[in-house]
Ligand binder design. Structure first.
Ligand SMILES: [Zn+2]
Length: 345
């Protein structure tokens, strides 16, 4: 019963990458169209090749995805695909990360946004799903000047779908402090800071993100559990964590799904949201993430609903939109429980 509830319940997703959401089939199509050599040529083979093996392979797929995105139409296609998939899972609102600087030598920042927005407006009208954008930059590839260009561009487009600034890439060797001036500029214009931190690096990366980058939400953040003082800070300030369990297992942040610190994080009273990160690459979806946490950790429906509502609460929508969505989600939960003949609390 809980499985049916999860499949049908309304959802919000806060940590998912546009490039990392491209389906293998679409990538194959783009590679053929743009003459990008890839090591496979059939749907079956690309699905096998796509599935996660190790970190180097993961980076390699990301590199090829970058090469395959060459035109405005390509961005439209992947955005449309993404939104269709979100709608199929009843993910009514998504804050999606993308890395514009990776593609600007082929498609300008403005054209990338134009293409994504075209798909965004269509999806709002036709599918009833909403999208907001988080441009991010890779720590290892972004010089301060480029980061400044990105943040200024993002600030100019805050009325145009952009809702926050992200930071990704390897944490080790790239402390948050290096990007302080860029995020200071974002803060000056009320552009929210949502960096990845506490995934491959421990608590000091999260502290750095809070102190130097003024993070309002932490991408991953699961390694906060290593520092009780940090846990207390995150709890006291209810800074949301964007937890992506399958991604953590595949990338070795957690040893297995069973050993993932999620139950501990919840027990500590932290504000936890569940997300899929790079779903086709990790062989998951947001729906699967919910199914897996409920099966693995035996969460009851009350905990499940609480996590879903955390995501709405932790989104960067205006407060009235958030309150309206919380009300609507609660109504849907009641309707679904009635429909499925369950009264689970
Ligand atoms: Zn991520």
């Amino acid at each position: 019963m809980l499985h049916s509830f999860i499949r049908e319940m309304p959802k919000v997703e806060l940590h998912v990458h546009l490039e990392g959401s491209i389906r293998p089939k679409t990538l194959l199509k783009l590679a053929e169209k743009n003459n990008v050599p890839i090591p496979v040529s059939t749907i079956d083979d690309i699905e096998k090749w796509y599935s996660f093996t190790d970190f180097d392979h993961f980076i390699d797929i990301y590199r090829i995805i970058g090469e395959c995105l060459q035109t405005l139409e390509d961005f439209e296609l992947i955005s449309r695909d993404f939104l269709k998939n979100q709608a199929q899972q009843n993910i009514q609102y998504s804050e999606v990360t993308f890395t514009p600087l990776d593609h600007r030598h082929k498609v300008s920042l403005d054209d990338q946004l134009k293409a994504i927005n075209k798909a965004r407006f269509e999806a709002e009208k036709e599918l009833g799903v909403t999208l907001r954008l988080i441009p991010d930059m890779s720590r290892e590839k972004t010089a301060i000047d480029d980061g400044m260009e990105l943040v200024n561009w993002a600030i100019r487009n805050m009325e145009n779908g952009i809702i926050a600034l992200g930071l990704g890439g390897p944490e080790i060797g790239y402390p948050p402090k290096l990007f302080e001036s860029i995020f200071r500029r974002a803060k000056k214009f009320d552009l929210a800071s949502v960096p990845h931190a506490g995934e491959t690096e421990g608590p000091k990366s999260i502290w750095g993100s809070l102190q130097a980058l003024h993070a309002v939400r932490i991408g991953h953040g699961v390694r906060c559990i290593e520092d009780p003082e940090l846990v207390q800070y995150l709890r006291d300030h209810q800074i949301p964590l964007e937890v992506c369990p399958t991604s953590n297992v595949k990338l070795g942040v957690a040893k297995s799904f069973e050993k993932h610190p999620l139950p501990q994080l919840i027990k500590e009273g932290l504000c936890i949201t569940i997300n899929s990160d790079d779903p086709p690459m990790f062989g998951t979806t947001l729906t699967d993430e919910y199914l897996n946490i409920v099966d693995t950790f035996q969460f009851d429906i009350k905990t499940l609903k609480h996590i879903v509502l955390n995501s709405v609460q932790s989104s960067l929508q205006p407060i009235d939109a958030k309150m309206g969505m919380i009300y609507n989600f609660k109504q849907s939960f009641i309707e679904l429980e009635n429909k499925l003949g369950i009264s689970l609390g």
